[in-house]
Every structure is written in C-alpha cells, then in structure tokens.
Design a binder for this molecule. Sequence first.
Ligand SMILES: Cc1ncc(C[n+]2csc(CCOP(=O)(O)OP(=O)(O)O)c2C)c(N)n1
Ligand SMILES: CC(=O)[C@@H](O)[C@H](O)COP(=O)(O)O
Ligand SMILES: [Mg+2]
Length: 592
Amino acid sequence: MSENILNTIQSPKDLRKIPKETLPQVANELRDFIINIVATKEGHLGASLGVIELTIALHYVFNTPKDILVWDVGHQAYGHKILTGRKEIFHTNRQLGGISGFPKRAESEYDTFGVGHSSTAISAALGMAIASKLKGETNIQHIAVVGDASIASGMAFEALNHAGISDTNILVILNDNAIGIDPSVGALKNYFTKVKLNGAKDADNIFEALNFDYSGPIDGHDLELVISELERLKNVQGPKLLHLITKKGKGLRQAEENQVVYHAPGKFDALTGDLAPKSNERQPPKFQDVFGKTLVELAITNDRIIGITPAMPTGSSLKFMMDVFPERAFDVGIAEQHAVTFAAGIATQGFTVFCNIYSTFLQRAYDQLIHDVCLQKIPVIFCLDRAGIVGEDGPTHHGIFDLAYLNCIPNLIIFAPRNEIELRNIMFTAQQGLDLPIFIRYPRGRGNILDWQKPFSKIEIGKSEVLKEGIDIVILTLGTIANNAKEAIETLSSEQQEKIGLVDIRFLKPLDETLLHKILKKYDKVITVEDGTIIGGLGTSIAAFAVSNGYKNKIEIIGIPDVFPEHGTVSELQEIVGLSPKRILQVIQNYL
Ligand SMILES: Cc1ncc(C[n+]2csc(CCOP(=O)(O)OP(=O)(O)O)c2C)c(N)n1
Ligand SMILES: CC(=O)[C@@H](O)[C@H](O)COP(=O)(O)O
Ligand SMILES: [Mg+2]
C-alpha cells in the first residue's frame, strides 16, 4: 500500500484505477485531510466526514462528470471537492478568493448544480435526467444525494412526487444520519427509525408508495457494500432510492459524540479533536442569543408567546425557549414555507408568535409572507437572523435581499435594531400587541454591548432616532451598519464632523415621514447606508419619498451593488461592496 495514496488522485479517473481493497485507505486519508484543514481553516465538518465512503463509492462506480452527481445543501461535499481536482486548493475553502464551501458550477465540471440551501437536489437531478432523455442521451446516470433532514422539506417531496411517475432512471440516495444541524424532527424521522428497526421491505414503504425502487437501509460506512449496491442499482431501470445509514462526524470521536457542535465547529485541535479554547474575556452577546434569551424572559410573563424555527434551534438560539417551554416552542424541520403559514395559523387564534428564520432562508417562503400573512394583516413577529453579509458561507447565504423583498409588500412593519438593546426592546414592544406583522432583521455574530440585559422599554413604531445633528450632510442608516457610518465619521476632523448629521432610520416601514421632511429641508446632501441590496431598500425608499414630495436634495445610496457578493470574512466583503467604514468615509469625503 502506498503511503500517500490521496496524493495520487487528481481526478475520479485516478480513483477508479485503485484496487477496491485499497479504497479504505483512501477513506482514511481523505478523512484525515479534511480534519486537518477544517481544524485550522474552519467550515462544515461532520457532514463531510459522514459521507466519505459514499463519496468514494459514487466517484468509483459512476463515470463522473459524465454521470451527473448532485449534492443537496453541499456542506457535505468536501470529500467530493478533494477527489475532483481541488485537493491542492482545499486549504482556501471559504476564504476570499478561495474555493466555495459548497458545490458551485463555475468552480468545477463535477459541481453539476450550485447549492447552499437545502432540498433542491432531487428536483435538479430530475430536471437533468429529463433533459438527457429529451436530448436522446443514453447511458448517463443521474444521482441526487440528500440528507434525512433535507428530504423532509416540501420541495424534496414535490420532486419525489414528480420523479416517481417519470420515465427516468434517477437514483436518489438518502443519507440518513438522523440529524440535520440539530436532531431531525417530525413523523418522517420516526418513520425512518421504524424502517431501520423493522427492516427494509416494510409493506408501507413510503418510497415504494411513490413508485421508487427502494433498497436499504444499508451501512453507509461499509465501502464494499455501498459499492456493490451502487453497481447493482446502475442497471436497475426507473426511479430508485437507496437508503444509507451513516454517522455524522464519523472518524473523529468528538464529532461523532457532539454532532451539533461539530456540524461547523470553528477551530479545533486536529489531533485531539478538542475545540480551540475560548477567550476568558467577557464578550458582547451574539444577536441570536439576545433573541433567544429575551424570548425566554418574555415568555415567562406572557404565556401567549409561541416560538417557531424551521430547523435552526441552535443557530437561532430558539433552543433556549425549547428547553424551558417545550410545549410552546416548535422546530418544524427544514420547512420555511410551513413555518410561516403555521405561525400565521397560530396567530389567528390570539397567540403571540415569534417566527425566527434566517434572512436567506425566508426567501423560500415569499408567497406565504404575502398571501398568508401580510394580505390578512396577521401580526406574526418575524425575527430574521443572519441579515446582511454573513461571511464565509457566501452568496447562497448572505441575507441581503430581505429589505427589498419585504419593502414592496403592503401591511407590514420592517425594523432593524442598531444594537442588542434595541433588539430586546422591539421584541418587548412587539409582544405587547401590534396590528401588523413585523420583520425584525439583525446580523450574524456579536454586538457591542456587554450589559445588554437592561430593563425593557417600549419603542415607538415608525420613529427614527437622530444620533447626531449636523449642518449640511446627513447620513441615514438602518440597523447595525450605523456603527460603520459612525466609525467613518469619527475619523474626520472635529470641524468636518460638525457638518455631518447621523440618523438611525430604524423603521424601513413605516418611514418616519415627519422626521424625513425635517431632514430633507435641513440637509442638502443625503447619504443612505444599508447592508442590503442597493435596489429596493432604504435608499430607494428615501429617494422615492424625496421625489414624491418635490425635494431636490443630492441623494447617494450606499448598499450592496447589483451583484452576488462572494465568500470571505464580513469585513473583507464589506470593504469590497463599499460598506466598510473606510469605503463609507470615501463617499462622505466627496461631499466635504
Ligand atoms: C432551505 C434551507 N434551510 C435551512 C438550511 C440550514 N441547514 C443547512 S444543513 C442543514 C441540515 C441538513 O441536514 P441533512 O439534510 O440531514 O444533512 P446532514 O447535515 O445530516 O448531512 C440545515 C437545516 C439550509 N441550508 N437551507
Ligand atoms: C450549510 C448551512 O446552511 C448551515 O450550516 C449554515 O452554514 C449555518 O450558518 P450559521 O453558521 O450562520 O448558523
Ligand atoms: Mg442528516
């Protein structure tokens, strides 16, 4: 056996030359390689470790890239990237200018479909399979790999429903590790457990009922077995589903034992698996924890409060409420559309519903927002975490569209807290009762305030806040990006600073029209700053307000330009898109 067999694999062609009995060595080396790099560069860990044998088997048995392999979510595709020519650049994973943390079409011909959001793989693979038929292509296999949490999503079920009556040979591989980021939930999870306990050919097999040839469940870490099963399935006609049982984090003890933390553990010791020690210094809280802890505080005195998350209890910190009030806090699985309408349903019955969804994932539920919530003025309280640039997850995950996609919907309130205390106070205000749904958007990561757990105070809906008076230039901001604008102003001389006013608009809807009239009369030059798309958000609203009221001020809009920002650190990306203090300063200087 060669010492470093992984080094000899530049593409799946090289892999296919390796004798079957040597493949377990490839699996070991691949695991070690991923662990060593993720330990220092960070990223998603457990999911890739859990599909190492599957990844090797797929590229060994199938003729990729001619045979088409589609990964769902794509956070488990590190092994795939390494075996498909990206081993030497894998250390750049998720870094600015480096490779993406998810399959990406522009990056490799082996990345057949761009991912990041879940539950798309079966639809995409089915589309490709039907396209192959239409083009008269034969002998191309189409394979979708989807996790047990992702297959429970409506979209995956829509695709299964279609695929089951298609005349394609699509192969769906269900990678069942009984966990998403947090433990999987719902009746389907219980069904999978039953199938695992009772054996394969249950008379009520849900996939067979959908007209799939079902096989499994088999041990997804038994490389020889997975290979022989894939070889068999290659020749089975019609839609097929192979059920694999795997362990998330396989091969690293801590990742197997603490699967939630090791989904994306941050830095850790590659040898021991221990997480990098945390600093003892007291830090400001993460916004998600301000949400989670405040919700519990409010729920203690307000027993009408309900909390909902679609599959992100840890990421959103709704887990705090789930621990204290399990009967009033719901993880509904990866089901953003359902989460929104479910929230609306509960709210119609007089409950106060906090529905927490990452900004990027709420994109999934746009019609539900319009049709099921806003049109009916149902006062659900939406908390949109991870708003703005999120960093290393990149373009699939940036929460930069919410301001624009919400701004055009009638009957809603849009609020962006400038800091932790404002988030707390708007949650307090909202649970006292509003006539309209409210959308509270806040960023990934930490705020700035150590002592944030102050007594609650009510926020007046639609009221902006003047942070600093000026003379002829005013900067209007929305949310935490005010800190960047403030930092920009503070680098100027005191004489220059005097010229500049700073206003936190706070409510994109309703706009504080009384204050805006005063602002547009007082200041010649207006600069708006928002960490959302330049089209459709704060700047658009201010410009529209000025035009419709006959103001002739010079207005400059700073926001995310009309492109998808790539992956990198938040500060690197803010610099690129023009939202760093330095870039904001450059714009201000043009007016001084
Ligand atoms: C639409 C959408 N909602 C939520 C997420 C966040 N998310 C990423 S991975 C994941 C869990 C996926 O679980 P599973 O499909 O079982 O794959 P595993 O991580 O277990 O391999 C979730 C909820 C997402 N990427 N897309
Ligand atoms: C792949 C995916 O969608 C999640 O794992 C996401 O990366 C979580 O993001 P946070 O780290 O911001 O919770
Ligand atoms: Mg899973």
